[in-house]
Design a protein around this ligand. Structure first.
Ligand code: C5P
Length: 304
């Protein structure tokens, strides 16, 4: 079978509906019990054949200038890693292009999404046939969120967040995504968490939230949204408190820091409700941009 000259993959952003964090481990990572949901903000990764040994990446989109295009780019690292699983790695090359819509350094796994997209795209381009659990195992070595970006939908994450199991979620949820200026460094937020919660218990799956997801009711889910990194992120960016409060005042069923922030999320009853909350938040002057998204959606998938 001949391999295609170019392939395109669409990959979603992730949010954490619950993020429970335990005490730091010897390797610097933290044990997590988290519920991920993939939402409808997408990056598109295109992979084109290139001469042997040539691995390049280019980026387009409003925040393209914030994404490195050197060897540190996570999608490029994913391509090089996958190449090692080909029979003839020395014959391979790829020109990756990332059309970026997922906020950069916003706590929505933008870099991990691109790595997941590159793994799926390069596997199709080069005809590397790996079982999905093998692809996830490879992905986990690039970043803790990569396995979930491959899986998508709604899933429980344990370990570093890299061991993922699908969970039942009825219905569709409408989210308002408030983007703010500046970034919050994920390692810095976790370090602040350690300072604030020296006695953090081992995290356990959020049973109440898992039960709420099975009802399909936004009002029920809103009661259980939880992020243990909130105190730490607010200690570093106190201004986020006002944004979270404004969303609640605008009628959101729940407000939540996204991952390690600084993006904030608000749960709405439906599409019209989400638009009304988004308009109210836009008027506060606290956000760089406000988007609406629905979840769950599938993980990294070939579109051509
Ligand atoms: O795995 P990834 O590179 O996405 O993680 C980024 C950073 O987030 C890590 O370097 C670590 O500081 C922090 N992290 C953590 N515990 C996790 C996941 C991430 O401390 N389970």
């Amino acid at each position: 079978m001949t391999e295609p000259a170019s392939v395109r993959v669409r990959v979603p952003a992730k949010i954490n509906l619950a993020l429970r964090v335990g005490p730091v481990m010897a390797d610097g990572y933290h044990p997590l019990a988290t519920v991920f949901q993939a939402v409808s903000l997408f990056d598109e990764i295109t992979a084109r054949s290139a001469p042997a040994g040539e691995f390049t990446v280019s980026v387009s989109g409003p925040q393209a200038h914030l994404v490195p295009t050197d060897g540190s780019n996570l999608a490029l690292r994913a391509a090089r890693l996958l190449a090692r699983h080909h029979e003839h790695p020395d014959t391979l090359g790829v020109a990756l292009h990332i059309d970026k819509d997922i906020p950069v350094t916003g706590g929505m796994a933008g870099g991990s999404a691109d790595a997941a997209g590159a793994l799926v795209a390069c596997a199709a381009l080069w005809g590397v046939r790996l079982a999905s659990d093998e692809l996830m195992r490879l992905g986990a070595t690039l970043g803790a969120d990569v396995p979930f970006c491959l899986l998508g939908q709604t899933a429980l994450g344990t370990g570093r967040g890299d061991r993922v199991t699908p969970v039942l979620a009825r219905g569709a949820y409408h989210w308002v995504v408030a983007l703010v200026d500046g970034e919050l460094s994920t390692p810095a937020v976790f370090r602040t968490f350690d300072e604030l919660h020296a006695d953090a218990p081992q995290p356990t799956p959020p049973e109440g939230l898992l039960g709420a997801l099975a009802t399909g009711e936004a009002s029920e889910l809103g009661r259980w949204l939880q992020n243990d990194l909130t105190d730490a992120a607010l200690a570093l960016r106190p201004g986020l408190r006002r944004l979270l409060d404004e969303g609640r005042d605008a009628g959101a069923r729940g407000s939540l820091l996204s991952g390690s922030g600084p993006t904030c999320l608000f749960l709405a009853d439906g599409a019209d409700h989400a638009t009304r909350i988004a308009l109210a938040l836009s008027g506060t002057g606290l956000c760089r941009d406000v988007r609406v998204a629905t979840g769950p959606v599938p993980g990294a998938r070939l579109v051509s």
